[in-house]
Design a binder for this molecule. Structure first.
Ligand code: HEM
Length: 397
């Protein structure tokens, strides 16, 4: 089934990308307020970074963070936010969930900063906030910590961003998230084009692949801005808020949990990936709760058409069946000539380029400076994760 076609307006993300990491301003221009929770959203967008700065500067950070927790819970107790949460339209619900998870994550990260023990950290989060987070997960099942979706996809970054830092570090933090969001938008256009090719009878293969390669090259352009222009010092300042949860056995919001990267990879190189890097698929199934659920479930449906995408590891991954090649565009490409195959090779090359450039970026900002790894379990190797989608043939070219 073709979900959505969006071949138009490709210029916008690139135009926005030119402005990221420009270091020309130390304040965020909030063009249009997105405040689904009224005073609570106002607090997250306008006050939270100031409260964090005060705790950091405080002589008694433990007391200061507990006081912050109490005042957030008192604010929640004043209004029936649970009812509001259940009645919001979906787009506003996404922002409200981001607000909740930004608060929860702040309480945990600042408790750890202040050296609080687990019991005190849970008291700081507080029952009212915890209950609100529970209700948000009842409406939309998701992992019980700040997710990639909360931080990148439903955070209103273009108009009224949620960030933890003040001043230039806050602007850099906004641009870090916005850059991810722009890449996600390019990936969505690439997916739409590939789905049209795979599923729509009579789709123009050349046009679909040309759109795909163009969108992936745009994603590479945005990623290059990270590599060239992001300040390592400012990155270090905001990175600390997006780490693993210090009290729970949970990973942090990492680009690793971009379901659209998984979708593009499956559509373009799905079967080869299975033969060369089966671990990639095992990890996606094992860590599926961390991904945006709508998109990853759709990919699971492609990969297990019979089971309706239950999310359980499919039998082909255990070698008990053939890989479902109709999840990819390869069967369609086989019906076309050499020109189409060349275009496919360009798409694969652009995706490979993304993974390699990303690896250099991760080395430059995280691994070489020794900053904490947020999206890799202690039993895994970071190097293996960073090369988990690289194919041998593409690597040698
Ligand atoms: C300065 C920018 C970035 C840095 C320093 C960085 C760092 C990392 C690190 C250290 C990992 C290993 C897992 C973890 O600990 O999170 C990782 C994984 C990953 N990141 Fe990033 N990342 C950056 C930008 C991006 C962007 C913009 C995307 C696009 C959505 C992205 C997508 C991924 C993916 C898909 C993985 C899993 C490895 C793969 O499949 O290639 N990252 N990143």
């Amino acid at each position: 089934m073709v979900t959505k076609l969006s071949f138009s307006m490709p210029e916008q993300p690139l135009y926005r990308a030119q402005g990221i990491f420009s270091h020309q301003s130390d304040s965020i221009d909030r063009r249009e307020r997105k405040r689904p929770f009224g005073p609570l959203s106002n607090f997250v967008a306008d006050q939270l970074p100031h409260c964090i700065a005060e705790i950091k500067a405080s002589a008694r950070p433990g007391e200061a963070v507990k006081a912050l927790g109490r005042s957030i819970n008192a604010m929640i107790a004043e209004t029936d936010y649970e009812a509001q949460l259940l009645n919001l339209p979906q787009s506003e619900f996404g922002v409200a969930k981001t607000d909740i998870q930004y608060l929860v994550n702040c309480a945990y990260q600042m408790s750890a900063f202040a050296g609080l023990h687990s019991v005190d950290a849970e008291l700081t989060v507080g029952e009212a906030l915890r209950q609100l987070a529970r209700v948000s997960r009842q409406r939309q099942p998701s992992i019980d910590v700040l997710s990639y979706e909360d931080m990148i996809l439903t955070n209103p970054l273009q108009s009224d961003p949620r960030v933890y830092c003040l001043g230039s570090a806050g602007v850099e933090e906004r641009d870090f998230c916005l850059g991810h969001q722009l890449i996600e938008s390019e990936l969505q256009s690439a997916i739409d084009a590939l789905l049209a090719l795979r599923d729509a009878v009579g789709a123009d293969a050349r046009q679909c692949l040309a759109v795909c390669v163009e969108r992936l090259e745009s994603a590479n352009y945005v990623l290059a801005r990270f590599y060239e222009r992001m300040s390592p010092d400012l990155f270090g300042q905001f990175r600390v808020f997006y780490g693993k949860n210090p009290y729970k056995d949970r990973l942090g919001p990492s680009g690793r949990f971009s379901a659209r990267i998984v979708a593009v990879s499956v559509l373009l190189i799905g079967e080869e990936l299975f033969h060369q890097k089966p671990q990639f698929y095992m990890d996606v199934y094992r860590l599926s709760e961390y991904y945006p659920q709508g998109c990853i479930q759709e990919v699971f449906r492609w990969l297990s058409p019979d089971k309706g995408g239950s999310g359980l590891q499919p039998s082909w991954l255990e070698g008990k069946a053939d890989f479902p090649k109709f999840a990819t565009i390869l069967p369609v490409i086989e019906r076309h000539g050499s020109e189409t195959r060349k275009l496919l090779a360009s798409c694969v090359c652009a995706l490979d380029q993304f993974s390699r450039m990303h690896r250099s970026t991760a080395l430059k900002y995280t691994i070489e400076p020794g900053r904490p790894i947020v999206g890799v379990e202690t039993s895994e190797s970071v190097e293996a994760v960073l090369s988990q989608r690289l194919l041998m043939a593409a690597r040698q070219s």
